[in-house]
Design a protein. Sequence first.
Lengths: 182, 487
Amino acid sequence: MGDVLVWLIWFLAAGGLLASGAAVVSVSNPFYSALALIANLASLAVLYLLLSAEFLAAAQVLVYAGSVMVMFLFVVAYLGGRADAPWAGGPPLLRTAALVAAIALLVEVVVVLGLAWGDNLSDPAEISAAFGSPGAIGELFLTDHLLAFEITSIVLLVAAVGGVILGTTPRRRGENEHRREA
Amino acid sequence: MIDTPKVDWFALGPTLALLGASGVALLASVLVPAWMRKGVAAGLAFLGFALAAILGGAVFAETASPETTIAGSMVQDRLGAFAQVVVGAIGAIVVLVSWAEPRRSHRGEYYALLAAAGAGMVFFVTASNLMTLFLGLEWFSLCLYVLVAYDTHRARSLEAGLKYLIVGGFGSAILLFGSALVYGATGELGFAEIAAAGAGSDPFLVAGLAMVLGGLAFKVSAAPFHMWTPDVYQGSPSSVTSFMSAATKVAAMLVLLRVLTTAFPEEREIWTVAVAVLAAVSLVWGNLAAFAQRDVKRLLAFSSVSHAGFMLVAVAAGTEAGAEALLYYLVPYAAMSVGAFAVVAARERELGRDVSLEDLAGLGWERPLLGLSLWVFMLGFAGFPLTGGMFGKLFVFTAAYEAGDWWLVVLGVLATAVSIAYYLNVVRWLYMRTGADLGVALAGGSPPRDAALEVAVALTVLVTVGSFFAAQPILDAAADAARSLPF
């Protein structure tokens, strides 16, 4: 019974993922595109949960659906949510490249299905119950990856400072200068 | 109770010195009165770089054999310390070069970002697992993206910033993808552990190695990954260019050497060939393209691509002699590179526009110190005696010959012969014509003497010539540093 439930959730999440992904690139209004991306990220979070990566699922929702999406929506609102002309396919080179990429993906899918069919893919990783749990990841932050964790905060800080500097630079001589100096 | 790793503050010293300087400079550029912001921030950045170099020297003196610290995230060894001393010295000189650069706003924050970029590089050279490698790279790259676009009123600077951001982001993504493949093949993040995992020639590991190599080749601007170099070097503020061309190259070259030798010793046959190909392409492309340039900064950019080629010849040797040659080469190269861009910066400030070869006309007579210095740098780049550039090339070719790469030696000698032509062309423009002949007019009269820049140029000349006469001590230090790698 539990197995059926897992499959059911998997199908719902995977279907939602595909549908919302298709919506992101096919909807002409960028605002709806951004909203579809939220659904996309949420479905992905469900898949992460099924892979027992609870922390990743929560971070996915918090960071992407929470903050990155808000930023996207801000940009869309800032530029005015005007609809773009529907994509006409781009230059021939781009179309060829897209075709090649699509064929490569198809081959990959066929290979994976073939492997699964021949039972060559049943090599489950041995993981402990705590794998991917918030506690285990938090412990890694404080032990093995202590330095990397701290450096990440510096990298983010540097990026924020840089963004502020570029964003607040007056474009014309004199403009803003007095306000800033005051 | 979580057992946290012991933090080795001594090994982190150079990084923390620069990080601290950056933080205080940032605060100072907001809190102190407007008229002294630039001075305070520049002074702090200078102190930070000098302190980082001194602490790097202390680490060098105290560390006999390499040891990894902080849960294997970073390594304390003489190779990293050597790079820290060089990057610290470069940064301090670049602060002097930057001092008189006309800047309309954010005069203090510039130095905070410069120090932060230096901190990133000083950390990057001690990275000893794939995670800190990527984070260190992103740390200094993010600072450089902003610094390149710093002159937001110049379209070219913004364009350069955007180009560097996109191409650099692409390079970082390739490095990250490669790291993921290496991790997938070995299940390890640490360089030494990857080597110990003994994955042999697992296709995922080899693909990962290729992508890591490609990602780092973007940063050292080796052809064919150099596409961003001329545009970015030309568009960014000249002081930033001088920093990038010297410090980024030093840091990225050393990390390239470290990753290849410590993480992939078993795959040596593969990567020596790959690096040799990169070296050959850089030598040919850099030198041929430099011929066609009229803009001095673009010319120097292609010259830096060709020098990446010479350095990679040393890496391709895959021997301790090659590592020594590379470390020695970096010292005069860094000095000449900072100095040459500093002279260009001085001319740029006089003329108020980008400097083409014609714009150099008469500089040798009008400003004897700068003219003579640029002459010395050009001869040094070409590898003439009385400059460290000569010994640099000599050691690199010797190492390559001993490793059996005689074809790279032939190519290197040919490239050197070709390069003499365009380097001497610069000298010709300096002295053979006067500015009055060509109507090169100074913008708004001759600007006041820029003492800070002249001191910086004099220092770089000193290192360029000094590394010829004092080659032995530098070579000894390089040999000590090279011994921390497992050959």
